[in-house]
Design a protein around this ligand. Structure first.
Ligand SMILES: Cc1cc2nc3c(=O)[nH]c(=O)nc-3n(C[C@H](O)[C@H](O)[C@H](O)COP(=O)(O)OP(=O)(O)OC[C@H]3O[C@@H](n4cnc5c(N)ncnc54)[C@H](O)[C@@H]3O)c2cc1C
Length: 380
């Protein structure tokens, strides 16, 4: 399998790196302090077409695929995992419309999403347990040509910012059937609720979405009634996991870069600390974790771009890279000694952010179940 970037991917990678290093880096301290993503950062990312990457060209997007998206999110998350998360979930909200939406829905939403006007999200998780999507209790009742939704989603990324959210609900007349409804500005009765205070991903908004007699026209159903689980699992399995793997790549790259820089300049006993084998072993493991995570993510993305099934490979990429980013961020803290735990050094941020990647888009245990099922099927 050849992972050489094509010309467009190469250009996107350079554009993302220059945005991250020359524009975004200036904002990171403020994002951390205020736990808020400045409007101008989102607008600048949109102006550079980062929201439009996976939207087809006929709807004003760039028409690029999984690999391009991973390249983009890695470069951005190297500087701000929080903005990487915001973009990843925006793409996640876009995916069900691109893949399963009606022509009317595509024309209505995609050009405005590509332009950065409509921030999107996907809301599946409820307090009954995110690992089991069939535990969803939000209920949809048919009322004429509309549906009335009642329920509460939790831990939803961009809950307080999104203008269009795909919400998974259980059908009142068939409790084993789930459907994804698009809530937009024309649907009265939905609002953001509690906002979470997190230990990491400062600047990435997470909170509740509350639906109280929320009226949604039938035209806002994605796919058909009863397609909700299929669409939700496909979106999380392919796009959500790829996105979180890419955010992990950014944390892995940042941890390694900072660890190398510091270990070059920190002189103890007359020599740079990376002349010691114990530090070299840590750097070797960090580099291998980055490369192995990239190989898994690029392979999964390439399969997806070729139109092949890639859910197991995405689960492997997300599982490996999220756990690796925790190992690597901790190693970066260790290499910095006491400085690694001080707020002035970003390594503590990498560790706080990495811990969160493990739980979103399916926990490590859920990825282990998916991967082990594939192994048993293949090798029995
Ligand atoms: C910052 C953040 C952003 C998020 N954004 C979104 C979003 O935008 N949209 C959205 O819908 N959701 C979102 N989530 C929710 C996320 O997908 C869930 O947190 C995740 O799926 C786990 O669900 P849970 O927290 O309810 O844990 P639970 O499902 O209650 O799991 C608790 C523990 O049990 C383990 N476990 C569960 N089932 C099994 C099993 N069968 N075998 C072994 N172990 C098991 C889990 O691995 C975990 O360790 C977000 C979460 C976070 C933290």
């Amino acid at each position: 399998m050849d992972f050489k970037f094509n010309e467009d991917q190469e250009m996107l990678s350079k554009a993302a790196r220059s945005f991250a290093d020359e524009f975004l880096a200036e904002y990171v301290e403020g994002i951390e302090e205020n736990d808020e993503m400045p409007r101008e950062v989102i607008e600048e990312a949109a102006a550079r077409d980062f929201m439009a990457v996976t939207i087809p060209e006929e709807y004003d997007g760039l028409g690029m695929g999984h690999l391009a998206r991973i390249i983009l999110l890695e470069e951005i998350s190297r500087v701000s995992a929080a903005l990487g998360m915001l973009l990843q979930v925006w793409h996640l909200g876009i995916h069900p419309i691109v893949r399963f939406g009606s022509e009317e829905q595509k024309q209505k939403y995609l050009p405005r999403m590509a332009a950065g006007e409509l921030l999107a999200g996907l809301a599946v998780t409820e307090s009954t347990g995110g690992s089991d999507p069939t535990a969803v209790q939000t209920e949809a009742v048919k009322d004429g040509d509309d549906y009335i939704l009642n329920g509460r989603k939790v831990y939803i990324t961009s809950s307080h910012l999104s203008k269009v959210v795909g919400v998974m609900a259980r059908m009142a007349d068939d409790p084993k059937s789930f459907t994804i409804f698009l809530l937009d500005e024309d649907c009265p009765g939905w609002r953001a609720g509690r906002q979470e205070k997190k230990i990491g991903f400062k600047g990435s908004n997470t909170g509740d979405l509350i639906m109280e007699d929320c009226r949604v026209p039938a035209a806002n159903i994605i796919g058909k009634i009863g397609d909700g689980l299929k669409i939700g699992l496909n979106s999380i399995g392919e796009v959500g996991r790829a996105g979180m793997a890419a955010v992990s790549l950014g944390i892995l790259a940042a941890s390694l870069e900072d660890a190398v820089k510091f270990s070059n300049s920190r002189v103890l006993g007359g020599k740079a600390i990376n002349k010691n084998q114990a530090i070299q072993i840590k750097l070797a493991d960090m580099y291998m974790d980055l490369e192995m995570s990239r190989l898994l993510a690029y392979k999964a993305a390439t399969l997806g771009d070729e139109g092949q099934r890639c859910d197991t490979e995405m689960a492997m990429a997300k599982y490996y890279s999220s756990e690796a980013s925790v190992r690597s961020a901790k190693a970066a803290c260790d290499i910095h000694g006491g400085l690694g735990y001080m707020m002035e050094t970003p390594t503590q941020r990498y560790l706080r952010d990495a811990l969160l990647v493990i739980s979103s888009a399916g926990t490590t245990e859920i990825q282990q179940i998916i991967v082990s099922k594939a192994a048993i099927k293949k090798y029995s």
